[in-house]
Design a protein around this ligand. Structure first.
Ligand code: CTP
Ligand code: MG
Length: 234
């Protein structure tokens, strides 16, 4: 049986921090909605299928966008859940039976470079689970009652991005375990794997692969697209 690699793009959030009249995945940057940019990034020969997880009421809107922007891939669009974890589990459950690897990605990171997708997948194939990370430029602190409790060594802290790559069996087991134990709001899929004692390999992410969270991120996104195009055509 042919073993598949499936990309799951999570677009089931409401984008409350970004504000605006539609969730941030539908905001247009460089002439296209962010969700379309994200889908295009994963339209690659070695990705056998793309599943978009959407708020149920926007499924038809996503379908129309896919047609309007001429995306030729066959894309499944399925409903999300109230938490990111639930939306991710819906995506994992919607994968074809012969799925061997999944890449789970935030639609809110529409500028991921192809090299990161490839590196994450290669490392997931080798180690079972892999994530892109970047250094943190700010020092971070643990807080307690309004005071600094402790300051971890900055060099040991990494900022975690997506796409995160998993062997299908591992991520499915990690999701099932969290659900069975009533845990519903893990914000990150590799966190589910760590819960069950799994190993998570880190690869180098990119500062351009930002998660658009508030309206200021949206404002700088045209510039980010310009930088990526510059790099890719250099
Ligand atoms: N997401 C999802 N289902 C949810 C919540 C989030 O699929 N129930 C997706 C979002 O669409 C986004 C990604 O997970 O692509 C990362 O979440 P986040 O940046 O928090 O987006 P939102 O939840 O939409 O934003 P906010 O938290 O500001 O409402
Ligand atoms: Mg959120």
């Amino acid at each position: 049986m042919n073993k598949k690699t499936i990309a799951i793009i999570l677009a089931g959030g409401k984008g409350e921090r970004a504000g605006g009249t539609v969730p941030k995945q539908f905001i247009e940057v460089a002439g296209k909605p962010l969700i379309v940019h994200a889908i295009e990034r994963f339209s690659l020969g070695y990705i056998d299928g793309i599943i978009v997880v959407s708020l149920e009421k926007y499924i038809d809107k996503v379908k129309r966008m896919i047609e309007k922007y001429g995306i030729k891939r066959n894309i499944d669009i399925i409903p999300g859940d109230v938490t990111r974890q639930g939306s991710s589990f819906n995506g994992v459950n919607a994968c074809p039976r012969d799925t061997a690897f999944v890449l789970i990605h935030d639609a809110a990171r529409p500028f991921v470079e192809e090299k990161i997708i490839r590196d994450v997948l290669d490392a997931a194939m080798k180690y079972g689970v892999a994530i892109p990370v970047i250094e943190t430029s700010d020092t971070a602190a643990f807080e307690k009652d309004g005071f600094v409790d402790d300051i971890p060594e900055r060099g040991k802290l990494k900022r975690i991005q997506t796409p995160q790559g998993f062997s299908y069996e591992t991520i499915h087991r990690a999701h099932r375990s969290a659900k069975e134990e009533g845990i519903t709001d893990v914000t990150d899929d590799c966190g589910l794997v760590k819960r069950i004692g799994g190993k998570v390999r880190m690869i180098e992410g990119s500062i351009l692969n930002i998660k658009l969270t508030d309206r200021y991120d949206i404002e700088i996104s045209e510039k980010i697209i310009g930088s990526i195009r510059g790099k890719e055509t250099a």
